[in-house]
Design a protein around this ligand. Structure first.
Ligand code: COA
Ligand code: AMP
Length: 627
């Protein structure tokens, strides 16, 4: 494809040519004759006349082309000290059989299936089985509590829920079945089928619940299902992500654009070829897991590593290096928090010296900004390029990256490098005016977004338009702020809304606030994301008590922490609660969250001219800076 500059220019000036060429990397049932459907701006669709099956692209075609005996998936569970491998032929058998299980339950094209599974191979099998029969999966991260699962069930209205007896966290077993039962009871939309993968390590099984089915028993009796033809524009999955309100956004991904974009990205962003061993240390519940544990590596015939464990403590800070050595990993993709956790536990990288990591060509990081300090440490200890890249659940693949397979560029610490072909990234001010190179502003992407990015929000076009398309006409609003330097390098400084990023996990402070505010002692509250040395950010709550309430701080804190765990989940990592006399507000009643964050983080701040009562801010500064 030539140089980066060439590819980028072609992708923007001639998107049809560029993406039809990229579409040749996918096996179509009906090859598309057009790439971009721009008949309904600002909503665009890709490959409107193409049809395919994503699961067949990830599995069947590799078996057909002679890769059947190559390992497709290596499951490495540090939690159970188990390694299990599946060749492409074996994975195809499992997926076809489980697709048969779903079909036997009446699951059909267009039906939704909620998948609530830990990091076990069945998660990938269930996703690919849905894709095989044209069902739309919605994977929910295991760290979310029952009410979050119920919200997603109500929005997606699944006919089936696929789950397991539970997940394994260091020092504790997470029993899923009581959570799933509670979620189904809370939800107004009732799935007709629940299928449970029984894990020996976790109590509970399908037989404890009336009508629930056992994965293994159903699989043993199943007849394999063939891949069905779906339109390129048909939905492949819905993935819920935090917005600024408590209600999560159901990001919809289509089949055709997704397969084309991920295939292109494996080659051009990650430089991964068939047979390479690729490892994304994330969770299938996040977009990174969808795109780069399951679909991306399998679409290009690579071997994907699925890891159940943590970067540290399972059993030590050498866990990642052990996996690279044992499975000959060529490239690792993880979150900066994981690297910081390893560095904190093993600053001199003594664990690394115990392993042979010479197969590793590149370390990719995303999910949050790769801070220069962590970048430098990782580069020095590993001696391979450490590549930051920036993206979001909505885009499904990188917006800005150092394109290792297309044209590797010099790395600037703190920058995810340049806009990826297909993404016309620009910086605008609050009124939509262009900002000159180096100037900070809202990061926006000129429409259309490339293939593989969100097709919309599930059954909510109004919210799709309001959240992303209406703010600046002709542009997609990323919600991030930053700048582009004189060399065209993008720098992402952080979110400009109330979304926070904790250990690479995206959370809404609004939803935590809603839980805190519901406590009977709380009159009002603000939850803000403050700096955390390990996790990048952490949520911190400031509460004003109702008049006359008598509750000691420790009791209040533990009750609020428990409520957030029960309502949102352990993943919210809500631990800080400070009781304050009042919250600083504007005259129109808006809490000055940004100013509060700046105070807590020790940053310079300006007192907003719209402040209602400056003495409230003064009192807060005095209280928060006395520690
Ligand atoms: N199911 C149930 N609970 C889960 C869970 C899951 N899948 N994942 C996390 N949790 C729980 C944890 O057990 C913990 O609970 P606790 O409060 O009882 O201890 C809580 O959620 C917070 O988890 P986590 O953010 O993982 O923090 P930690 O202190 O346990 O571990 C790190 C710290 C750095 C090891 C961890 O945050 C990490 O691995 N980060 C990398 C993140 C990552 O890969 N992100 C992917 C985005 S691309
Ligand atoms: P998620 O949708 O969970 O992937 O979170 C997306 C958000 O994470 C983005 O909008 C950014 O705020 C942040 N993010 C992800 N990757 C990066 C990165 N490489 N640099 C800076 N921020 C990032």
């Amino acid at each position: 494809m030539g140089s980066y500059a060439d590819a980028f220019a072609r992708s923007i000036d001639h998107p049809d040519d560029f993406w039809l060429e990229a579409a040749a990397g996918v096996d179509w049932i009906t090859p598309p004759t057009r790439a971009l459907d721009d008949s309904n701006p600002p909503i665009y669709r890709w490959f409107p006349d193409g049809s395919l099956n994503t699961s067949a692209n990830a599995l069947d075609r590799h078996v057909a082309s002679g890769r059947g005996d190559q390992v497709a998936l290596i499951w490495d569970s540090a939690m159970t000290s188990t390694v299990r491998t599946y060749t492409y032929a074996q994975l195809l058998d499992e997926v076809a059989a489980f697709a048969g299980v779903l079909a036997a339950q009446g699951v059909t094209k267009g039906d939704r299936v909620v998948i609530y599974l830990p990091m076990i191979p069945e998660a990938a099998i269930a996703m690919l089985a849905c894709a095989r029969i044209g069902a739309v999966h919605s994977v929910v991260f295991g760290g979310f509590a029952a009410p979050e699962l119920a919200t997603r069930i109500d929005d997606a209205e699944p006919v089936a829920v696929i789950t397991a007896s539970g997940g394994l966290e260091p020092g504790r077993v997470v029993e899923y079945l009581p959570l799933v039962k509670a979620a189904i009871d809370q939800a107004t939309s009732a799935p007709s089928t629940v299928i449970v993968k029984d894990r020996a390590e976790v109590p509970g099984s399908a037989s404890d619940y009336v009508g629930w089915l056992d994965w293994d028993a159903e699989r043993a009796a199943a007849s394999p299902a063939a891949p069905v033809e779906v339109a390129a524009t048909d939905p492949l999955y819905i993935l819920y992500t935090s917005g600024t309100t408590g209600k999560p956004k159901g990001v919809v991904r289509d089949n055709g654009g997704h397969a084309v974009a991920l295939t292109w990205s494996m080659w051009n962003v990650y430089d991964i070829s068939p047979g390479d061993v690729w490892w994304t240390a994330s969770d299938v519940g996040w977009v990174v897991g969808h795109s780069y544990i399951v679909y991306g590596p399998l679409l290009v015939g690579a071997t994907t590593v699925m890891y159940e464990g943590k970067p540290v403590g399972t059993p030590d800070a050498g866990a990642f290096w052990r996996v690279i050595d044992q499975h000959q990993v060529a490239a690792l993709f993880t979150a900066p928090t994981a690297i910081r956790a390893i560095r904190k536990a093993d600053p001199d990288a003594t664990e690394l010296a115990k392993y042979n990591t010479s197969t590793l060509r590149t370390l990719f990081a995303a999910g949050e900004r790769l801070d220069p300090d962590t970048y430098t440490w990782a580069s020095e200890v590993l001696g391979v390029p450490v590549v930051d890249h920036w993206w979001q659940t909505e885009t499904g693949w990188a917006i800005a990256a150092n394109l290792r397979g297309l044209e590797p560029m010099p790395i600037k610490a703190g920058s995810p490098t340049v806009p990826v072909p297909g993404y016309a990234v620009e910086i605008v001010d609050a009124t939509g005016g262009a900002v000159a190179a180096g100037g900070e502003g809202n990061i926006v992407i000129r429409l259309p977004l490339p293939p593989g990015t969100l097709a919309g929000l599930w059954r909510d076009e109004d919210r799709f338009r309001a959240s992303y398309l209406n703010t600046f006409e002709g542009y997609y609003l990323t919600g991030d702020s930053g700048y582009i330097d004189a060399d065209g390098y993008v720098v992402v400084l952080g979110r400009s809304d109330d979304v926070i990023n904790v250990a690479g996990h995206r959370l809404s402070t609004g939803s935590i606030e809603a839980v805190v505010a519901a406590h009977p002692a709380v009159a009002e509250c603000a939850v803000i994301g403050i700096h955390d040395d390990l996790k990048g950010q952490r949520p911190s709550g400031y509460v004003v008590l109702k008049a006359g309430v008598d509750i000691d701080d420790d009791t209040l804190r533990s009750e609020l922490v428990q409520r957030v765990r029960d309502e949102i989940g352990a993943v919210a990592t809500f631990r800080d609660v400070t009781v304050v006399a009042s919250l600083p507000k504007t005259r129109s009643g808006k809490i000055l969250r940004k100013t509060m964050r700046q105070i807590v983080d020790g940053e310079e701040y300006a007192v907003p001219s719209t402040i209602e009562d400056a003495s409230v801010l003064d009192a807060l500064v005095e209280q928060l800076t006395q520690y």
